[in-house]
Write a new protein. Sequence first.
Length: 219
Amino acid sequence: MRKYIAEFIGTFVLVLFACGVAAVTGCNGEANASYLLTALAFGGVIIAMAYSIGSISGCHINPAVSLGMLLTKRMELKDFAGYAAAQVLGAIAGAALLRLLIGTDMGLGANGLYQGSVWKSIIIEIVLSAVFILTILAVTSKKENSSVSGLVIGGTLTLVHLFGIYFTGTSVNPARSLGPALLLGGNALMEVWVFIVAPLLGGVAAAVIWKGLFDTKTP
């Protein structure tokens, strides 16, 4: 249960702080200070949570990351279900508090389709998610990396956002997208399935790549 509570807290903080920065700074994909601040906020939250709750749950705070861990046999199906439920509930709670604080006029950091295209958005999110989750699988596969893994993962999420915000606002995390979309409704809720499915497919791709290239136990 401690692991699930930790995942709830981590995802709550991610949505409240990182999506909150996106909302209050008016990040809309244009190359300006809010763009950079949002990318740094997402990476910064991951670093903070990695070194606070990481020893308890591994700090997935993302169902796509947990799926990658499941497929590479680093967690059991029961734990995956518990993690995913805790992450989604944490994201909803974070979005609910953010809405209470700032309302919905600023968007709550919700994602949007690139050029109105479902397929372009899916491709972008699969690539972004696969890169992010592959990094996590690789850096956490060796115990000697434990002291720096949080920095590497947070830095990678920052990089992914620096590239991806222009296109979709960057999801790479089904829970992070679902929370704000549920609290906003409208188009955000109608389109959120893209930002649930694509990161999960990215997690599958990352697991396949990791097992093929990095897992020395694979023939």
